[in-house]
Design a protein around this ligand. Sequence first.
Ligand SMILES: O=C(O)CCC(=O)C(=O)O
Length: 320
Amino acid sequence: MISAPQRAVTDDEVEAFHRDGAVLVKGVLAPEWVELAAQGLDAAIAEPDAMSADLGPLRVDQFPAARCSPLRRLIDESPVAEIVGTTLRSPVRFYMDQLFYKPAGLVPPTDWHQDTCYYNVDGTDLIRAWVSPDPVPRHLSLEVVRGSHRWNATYSPLAGRDPDRDDDARRLLEQADPDRPMLGPDAHDGWTYWSGVKDPSLPPVPDIEAHRDSFDILGWEYEPGDVLLFHGHILHSALGGVESAGPRRAHASLWAGADVVYRHRPGQVIPDPVDLYQHRPRTGQPLVDFPDVFPVQWAPTGHDPSVPIAQRSERRNNSR
Ligand SMILES: O=C(O)CCC(=O)C(=O)O
């Protein structure tokens, strides 16, 4: 059973998301969910995965909800599924999650990037829900280039080995089977950001930081209880380089709406969800084909009754 948000997402917020590619939805999570996020993040932060090796003080762990039940409850029971589904105007399936941890002190920035080029998924109905139990002032805030979710460009991920400089990486790329993922299920145990190989056909992310005035950059004052929504293709970053008295803990979940398909990417950085490997998905196959791995978590009124919803919402009404 999922809980209702403290208030409904407004039409203006939905419109802002589709127009700008991101929106801060203020005050939608009740304090119990903020507390659950804090508990879950603290538990997950205490047990780092291998995946954050070599990132210095920054931690970016993959699939933390698979190891940490409070974070899994955020996916299955909190209002986040309804908030993302209402905003996408689509039934939504949970794809994967990450945690971002920046300790107190000099906060490292998160460099500009898109998310979807890191994963074997593609589509327009891709949305990220970013939640923190900590206040995040504008100078540590996430930022996006407004409207860049609509640019017809996929940039190279920031991570991965460069096949022009690394012979092993080049061989891996040359021998890759286009019908199999570059990273296998074993990557869940010992993967690092440098296990994958960069796809040399993708252009580098433009140097937005050096030319901030040339881009339309949006950022926010985030408060616990807010949910920051941004599109999977949007260029985004987080400011840093300043001292913070407290840590910045964040949980970011990636959700797929109706049109999202699987896609083998030569430059895959994040392994596929572990239960997906057994299905041997093909490029172009809709995620809808894997209901056991990606059940519908929330759906608007009028949803096809033959497709079960994993968690029905305990609420006033589901309509939009
Ligand atoms: O929290 C951050 O610093 C970065 C978050 C991010 O890049 C993401 O959620 O995709």
